[in-house]
Design a protein around this ligand. Structure first.
Ligand SMILES: [Ca+2]
Ligand SMILES: [Ca+2]
Ligand SMILES: [Ca+2]
Length: 132
């Protein structure tokens, strides 16, 4: 369950909608393949991560503070009856803030992004293609 949430979080942060496991790669290609070769390289992926980070870093200090994160999260999340958006957002934030300094640094952010990349890159060739 946690793993599923974490994957959802990754999709949320990248601004794409939730996809079932089988369609992950298709969604990632649709979203991150900038040059249209149906392959997402690590560079293409991190480029998008950097853009996204800048969008979330409202005051431009190269860190996403809790308030910035929760503000963005509230704008995009759809709270359910069992979980308020703020609670979920807080959990996501804690997960991303690996050194617990109440900020998500660009490094922490990129690290988490690389985990998504690795998870989707099943044949481990640093490229995301359909089905591998
Ligand atoms: Ca490409
Ligand atoms: Ca900031
Ligand atoms: Ca941190």
């Amino acid at each position: 369950m946690l793993k599923r949430n974490v994957w959802f979080i990754g999709l949320f942060l990248s601004g794409i909608v939730y996809a079932e496991d089988g369609n992950k790669n298709a969604y990632m290609i649709e979203k991150f393949d900038h040059n249209g070769d149906r392959v997402v390289t690590q560079e293409e992926f991190l480029e998008s991560a950097t853009q996204r980070f800048k969008t979330m870093d409202i005051d431009g200090d190269h860190a996403i503070e809790q308030s910035e994160f929760l503000q963005r999260y509230a704008e995009h999340s759809h709270p359910t009856t069992t979980d308020s958006g703020a609670e979920v957002g807080q959990r996501v934030f804690d997960k991303l803030d690996e050194n617990h300094d109440t900020k998500i640094s660009e490094q922490e952010y990129n690290q988490s992004r690389l985990k998504w990349f690795a998870e989707a890159d099943k044949d481990n060739d640093q490229r995301i293609e359909l089905g591998k």
